[in-house]
Design a protein around this ligand. Structure first.
Ligand code: DGY
Length: 330
């Protein structure tokens, strides 16, 4: 038994991941794994120690997988599996250089993220958080004609920055609200996806100018870093609602604060910020027209279990030298 154990590939799991993934790892009999058995991130020093000599690592988005970490892991490392669709926490160049294969979790979270995006959009445009606060704290004097009025989706133009699976899923859900038109921009037109939602390809400028609701659905890359800045906000409509469920890094938060506090745009709903958690004293928290959620777009029990299962299956397939169910092409 001991001999069998010692020759099984060694894996480090950087967080207590949902049970479906852990069951898959346990039942596989294919790996010996150690886990940071906590809901909070593993301290960096501990992580650097624990990955030493590992064949595989299963991580979440709070772990920076960079040259330092890969050096600490050493030459045995063959597979890195992240329980996320986003991969901006991974140094892809460094992984590629070392021939390490990478798994991630697209598709399984599309529905949950789209659903939350719609919820956040409506909460922001119809001022739900402000409204419940008023109702609870005595602000509800009587029925008033323009009190807590917001903006409606019916007859609106919805813009999508970065059209992928999630953008399409958001548009499909918004369509029954009688949206008039969907427009999008991306590095290039995506006719196959766009046709599914009859969305028109426009420039970033036009997207800013024409959108009543603007949903940010792109990946964080050097090209998209800070792309939502003063230049963009200043072209937007006064009634526009800005929604971000991608990554905080795509937004220049100082510019967003200015845009919201001066009435340049009507409101913003953010599920992602820089940093995370956003400090409670951050100016954005003082604004009534800014709804901030703590990065929960994929947070349904079903989806988080699917992500954990897919991350486990990616890891195991990678260690067997087989194609992963969802492998990132490096
Ligand atoms: C991801 O998967 O990248 C999300 O941000 C968390 O589900």
């Amino acid at each position: 038994f001991h001999r069998a154990m010692s020759i099984l590939p060694k894996v480090y799991v950087t967080r207590k991941v949902p049970p479906d993934g852990l069951d898959i790892l346990r039942k596989s009999g294919q790996v010996q794994f150690e886990m940071w058995d906590s809901d909070d991130p593993v301290p960096r020093v501990e992580l650097l120690k624990k990955v030493k000599g590992c064949d595989g690592i299963l991580c979440v988005l709070t772990e920076k997988i960079d040259a330092q970490l890969l050096d600490a892991a050493g030459p045995n490392l063959k597979v890195l599996s992240t329980m996320s669709v986003g991969f901006d926490h991974l140094s892809l160049d460094e992984l590629k250089k070392r021939g390490i294969r990478v798994g991630y979790t697209p598709e399984v979270l599309t529905d949950a993220v789209a659903e939350l995006t719609v919820a956040l959009l409506l909460a922001t445009s119809r001022r739900l958080i402000e409204a419940t606060h008023e109702a609870k704290t005595g602000g509800w004097g009587t029925w008033r004609t323009l009190w807590l009025c917001g903006h409606e989706l019916a007859n609106s133009t919805v813009g999508i920055l970065g059209l992928g699976r999630i953008g399409v899923a958001i548009a499909e859900r918004l369509k029954p609200f009688k949206v008039k038109k969907f427009i999008y921009t991306d590095v290039e037109p995506r006719p196959e996806l766009a046709n599914m939602i009859e969305a028109e390809y426009v420039s970033l400028d036009e997207l800013a100018k024409e959108s009543d609701f603007l949903a940010i659905c792109c990946a964080l890359t050097p090209e998209t870093h800070g792309i939502c800045n003063w230049n963009l906000f200043s072209k937007m409509k006064k009634n526009a609602i800005f929604i971000n469920t991608s990554r905080g890094g795509v937004v220049n938060q100082e510019d967003l604060y200015e845009a919201l506090s001066t009435g340049l745009i009507a409101g913003a709903g953010l599920d992602v910020t820089t940093p995370e958690p956003l400090p409670t004293h951050h100016p954005l928290f003082t604004l009534k027209n800014c709804v901030i959620l703590p990065h929960i777009a994929s947070a349904s029990y079903t989806t988080r279990n699917s992500m954990s299962a897919l991350a486990a299956n990616n890891l195991l397939a990678g260690l067997r030298g087989e194609p992963m169910p969802k492998e990132l092409k490096l």
